[in-house]
Structure formats: structure tokens, C-alpha cells
Ligand binder design. Structure first.
Ligand SMILES: [Zn+2]
Ligand SMILES: [Zn+2]
Length: 342
């Protein structure tokens, strides 16, 4: 069966994977929609290291085509979303409510990946990380449960409270989603800083109170204008760069929170003004990944109808053009690229 995989560094290709064989408790699903993530772009640029084992894609909505004998929870024909990986629930970190620090996080995963004709959901993931899509929900929206879940975790990690002001640095898909999620979580002011006019236009129309084009205006003075000169209560850095995080620290109010939300390459460092840290007592953390409960929260958010989620997807590609979808994400042509299967 066909899947879309990273080949040589920078290459994305169609690869013939063995059809997945279900073991006891496993599900076999047929993808319906799968979003393209910056992680896929990263994996494609790194390449597969000579041996192709996995397909790209982990933002998956799918239909169950095979259940094992005696399966009670799932039925053929049900539409589901599945987490890409699964915290074990038993290690030190899981027991401290920090699921994405789980030491066994990647021991269970979608196989070979979401961009394939068939996908195996291993037993534990089927039991604890797979969720029914509500009947009325379009499958491309449901496939956004993973990226929205990551952002929901991200705002939880910085304790976003009703009435907070939030600055998001970055107008890529995750920055735009962060604006939508912040508003849904009760932020009174959502500011998004970016450099891409067509993306900022979408954010301004649907998700943010203020957009700041950092190519045209000074970020900190714009933030000051809207926060009585204090800085934002919460700043999310959703750009993969040291400069973005330094700017985030520059824009947080004393006692506020900074989230290093975007992943960065190995060895990325910033210099830290320790005097500012000491006297301004701001907090800083990062956020990585998603736990199963965040997918549930995302689905509930979509089902609430309080957020217009659809504009996050700026292009749909049929599975036959999935390679183009990865290129679209790599080239930052729009926002989220969504692959759909018939
Ligand atoms: Zn993702
Ligand atoms: Zn664990």
C-alpha cells in the first residue's frame, strides 16, 4: 500500500509500505483527512537516513476498517481521531500530570503514519488515545484536533486565565491556532505579531484583536499601546528562532508568562538578562506535544461552535497530491495544508 515518506534529505516520495497486520486489540483505519505539520516539513528536510520505516503525517482523522475479534469499544465504519503517540500513564512524569515528558511517549504510535492508504492504531493507542468524531463534524476539522490539542496544552502550561492579554509571536498555522485557542479560553486581548500580510489578514478577520506587522512597526511599542505600557500577561513564541523568544521575553509584563512554544534546532540559545529575570519575576516554560486529553478538549471546542475553525485550513490536497501539500507547508504558502482521501 502507498504511503508518503521522507526520502533523501529534502525529498518526499511515494513509498510502498507493507499493509498493516492487526494484532489483538489493534485497529486498522483508512485515513479520511490528515493535516500537514511543520514536523513533517522538518522530517522531510532531514530525510529518512537511508531506511524508510515511517510515513509522514500525524494529524489524522480516519474511518475504522478492521477491528479485532472480541473488540467491544470500536466498530467498523466509525470515524475517529487518534493521538500520534501515547503517554504510558505509569512513569514518574505521567504520575505527575506531565504526559509529554513521559519516558515511553514514543513506544506506541500510528503505523506507518497518517499519510498512508491504511494505518494501524496499536491496542493501547486504540484504548486510550482514540476518540470518536461527532457525527456533524467535518473530518478535515476533526483532523485539526492534534494541532489544536498542542496549543490547548500550550495555553494550559502558562495558566491562561479569563481576561488575560496574550501576545502570540508568529503568524504560521500554530500562531493562528494559538490566537483562536486564546480567545476561546477567555483572553480579553489577543495580539498576533507576524511578517506575512496574507496570514495576518486571516488572523485579524477571525481570531485576533490586534495584529502587528513586525516588518512595519516596533513590536514592544505596539504591545505597550494595548497594555498600558505593561507588556502582555502571556507571550507565546510560535516561531522557530532564538530571536522570537528574545522578543517574547522583551514583551512580557513583570510577573507574566512566556511560552517557548515553537521547536527550535539543536544548540539554539539566547542570552538572558538575569537582572530583569530577578526583578521582573516573569515565568518561562516550553510546551511540547499533546496528551490524549488535549485531543478531547479540541474536539469539544470544535463541537461548541464558538470558534470558526475552518479558516485555519488554507488549502486541501487529494492524497494523490500529498507531496505537493508538504511543499505547500514548506514554502509557507498559506496556513494549514490538509490532505483528504476519498
Ligand atoms: Zn502536528
Ligand atoms: Zn509515562
Amino acid at each position: 500500500m502507498k504511503g508518503i515518506a521522507a526520502g533523501k534529505p529534502g525529498e518526499v516520495l511515494v513509498f510502498d509500505f507493507p499493509s498493516p497486520e492487526p494484532g489483538a486489540g489493534d485497529l486498522i483505519v483508512k485515513p479520511l483527512a490528515c493535516g500537514i505539520c511543520s514536523t513533517d516539513v522538518k522530517m522531510a528536510s532531514r530525510g529518512s537516513g537511508g531506511k524508510i520505516e515511517y510515513a509522514l503525517g500525524h494529524e489524522l482523522a480516519a474511518e475504522i476498517v478492521t477491528v479485532s475479534e472480541g473488540e467491544k469499544r470500536w466498530e467498523v465504519g466509525q470515524k475517529i481521531v487518534a493521538a500520534p503517540y501515547l503517554p504510558c500513564g505509569a512513569c514518574y512524569y505521567c504520575q505527575h500530570g506531565q504526559p509529554t515528558l513521559c519516558k515511553n511517549l514514543f513506544s506506541v504510535f500510528l503505523s506507518p503514519g497518517g499519510l498512508a492508504e491504511l494505518v494501524k492504531i496499536p491496542r493501547d493507542l486504540a484504548a486510550r488515545g482514540t476518540f470518536l468524531i461527532p457525527d456533524a463534524m467535518p473530518v478535515d476539522i476533526a483532523a485539526l484536533a492534534e494541532p489544536f490539542g498542542c496549543v490547548i496544552k500550550g495555553v494550559e502550561d502558562v495558566g491562561l486565565k479569563t481576561g488575560d492579554s496574550v501576545l502570540i509571536i508568529g503568524d504560521g498555522p500554530m500562531g493562528v491556532i494559538a490566537a483562536a485557542v486564546s480567545r476561546y479560553h477567555g483572553a480579553s486581548l489577543v495580539m498576533v505579531a507576524g511578517m506575512t500580510p496574507h496570514r495576518l489578514a486571516v488572523v485579524e478577520k477571525h481570531y485576533a484583536d490586534v495584529v502587528i506587522n513586525v516588518g512595519q512597526s516596533d513590536l514592544r511599542s505596539e504591545v505597550d499601546k494595548h497594555t498600558h505600557g505593561r507588556g502582555a500577561d502571556i507571550v507565546m513564541s510560535a516561531v522557530s528562532s532564538a530571536e522570537a523568544l528574545s522578543n517574547a521575553i522583551d514583551c512580557v509584563r513583570p510577573g507574566g508568562w512566556v511560552n517557548a512554544f515553537a521547536g527550535v534546532p539543536d544548540g539554539t540559545t539566547i542570552s538572558l538578562d538575569l537582572k530583569k529575570l530577578h526583578y521582573q519575576q516573569y515565568f518561562m516554560t516550553g510546551s511540547f506535544g499533546v496528551g490524549p486529553n488535549h485531543l478531547v478538549k479540541a474536539l469539544n471546542m470544535f463541537a461548541s461552535g464558538r470558534v470558526n475553525v475552518a479558516p485555519v485550513i488554507s488549502a486541501h490536497f487529494p492524497f494523490a497530491q500529498a507531496i505537493k501539500a508538504v511543499a505547500y507547508a514548506r514554502d509557507r504558502a498559506g496556513l494549514k495544508a490538509m490532505v483528504t482521501f476519498q
